[in-house]
Design a protein around this ligand. Structure first.
Ligand code: NAD
Ligand code: ZN
Length: 378
């Protein structure tokens, strides 16, 4: 089959690879109908991780089940499914308490709790930017969708970024009527803003410098804050009569940069501490890589981020962080889509064939004008 493989910094290629097969009784094989390129893929693409050459990428997957192992009883061949990016066993202490993003059994190889498809340090699993994908613990992990092809571009957001954006608002302790500051108008930030609106925010402020992305935030009812025009903290304080936001979401990650383009991993954390009122919450879903002194690239060596923890303390703010436990939210978010209340497909800018993946990566990575979210159709 054809699959997108990592070949080195800023190099991906579509290669012929062996088809996946059932390896353990609980596995299923899914024929991929849609698989997305994610901002998280860019950490690997830009050479900031130690992902191995030849790794099949892709953790935002959906499709139709074509094969099941003898232990699979709930999911059946022919089911249309969303595949949460977390691979979880369903029975460990983390999974039992809803924290599938920190499964204690799915990743025995990398010294961290939690596993994902096609990702550096997240277990030995192939990704789904391919024609087929093996899904472990299929009965537990897969979310069934209505048959057919309706809402394909909405449902494809259920594997990661819609639950991740929602999780950002949850970690921030958001309640109805809150003023919410979202840093980053990439796909994750836009999903956090969409979630905040759905959850009854009084106002949502979305910070970025990419005009096309800010325009999308405005379209879904948020206030765009262009950091290239003036300090985003000052702008939000001015808009809230000096009070600031009740809570905030970090949807940028350690590659945050200033308006001149210089990288400052601490910048967005500092801004959130400043702009969120005392005792308010901050949900950090942007990725920060663990410290790895032996890593090849500077990016992957990070881990220690010198943000203003003292002000966080003095303001008594709450901060939550980590990979999103997709399964905790995807059923409800699916039903919001089915009932017409949520429309996460608004951010889709490009639908490409798998063969065009290299161009999709390159242009999404450059944040070319209008390249907000790229879907691949194997
Ligand atoms: P993205 O890179 O497309 O979006 C990031 C956006 O942040 C860009 O639009 C960029 O212009 C903007 N930005 C840069 N510096 C900024 C600053 N100082 N202030 C405000 N905005 C700034 O990526 P994405 O797909 O939206 O993902 C965002 C982050 O979320 C990434 O770190 C990704 O790895 C992470 N992520 C986390 C999870 C999770 O489970 N926690 C899941 C998916 C993605
Ligand atoms: Zn993703």
């Amino acid at each position: 089959m054809k699959a997108v493989v990592y070949e080195g910094p800023r190099q991906v290629a579509v290669k012929e690879v062996p088809e996946p097969r059932i390896e353990t009784p609980g596995d299923a094989v899914v024929r991929i109908t849609t698989t997305n390129i994610c901002g998280s893929d860019l950490h690997m693409y830009e050479g900031r991780t130690n992902v191995e050459e030849g790794k099949i990428l892709g953790h935002e997957n959906m499709g139709v089940v074509v094969e099941t192992g003898p232990g699979v009883t709930r999911i059946a061949i022919g089911d249309r499914v969303s595949v949460p990016f977390n691979i979880a066993c369903g029975a460990c202490r983390s999974c039992e308490t809803g924290w599938t993003s920190f499964c204690l059994r799915a990743n025995p190889t990398d010294g961290v709790d939690g596993a994902a498809y096609g990702y550096a340090n997240m277990g030995p699993y192939d990704g789904g930017q391919a024609e087929y994908l093996r899904v472990p613990w299929a009965d537990f992990n897969l979310l069934e969708l209505p048959p057919g092809d309706e809402h394909e571009n909405d449902f494809t957001m259920l594997s990661d970024i819609f639950p991740t954006g929602w999780h950002g608002t949850e970690l921030a302790g958001m309640t109805p009527g809150d003023r919410v500051a979202v840093f980053g108008a990439g796909p994750v930030g836009l999903m956090a803003a969409h979630s905040a609106v759905l959850r009854g925010a009084a106002e949502v402020y979305v910070v970025d410098k990419e005009r096309d992305r800010l325009a999308m935030a405005e379209k879904i009812g948020a206030n765009p804050i262009d950091l290239a025009e003036a300090d985003p903290v000052e702008q939000i304080l001015a808009a809230t009569g000096g009070v600031g936001a009740d809570c905030g979401v970090e949807a940028v990650g350690y590659q945050a940069h200033d308006s001149a383009g210089a990288e400052h991993p601490e910048l967005v954390l500092d801004n959130l501490v400043k702009v969120v009122r005392s005792t308010g919450g901050i949900g950090v879903v942007g990725v920060y890589l663990p410290q790895d002194p032996g890593a090849a690239s500077e990016g992957a060596k990070q881990g220690r981020i010198a943000f203003d923890y003292g002000s966080l303390f003095m303001k008594g703010q709450q901060m939550g962080t980590g990979q999103a436990p997709v399964k905790r939210y995807n059923r409800q978010l699916r039903d919001l889509i089915i009932e017409g209340r949520a429309r996460p497909s608004f951010l889709v800018s490009h639908e490409m064939s798998l063969a065009e993946a290299a161009e999709g990566y390159e242009r999404f990575d450059r944040r070319d004008d209008g390249w907000t979210k790229v879907l691949l159709r194997p």
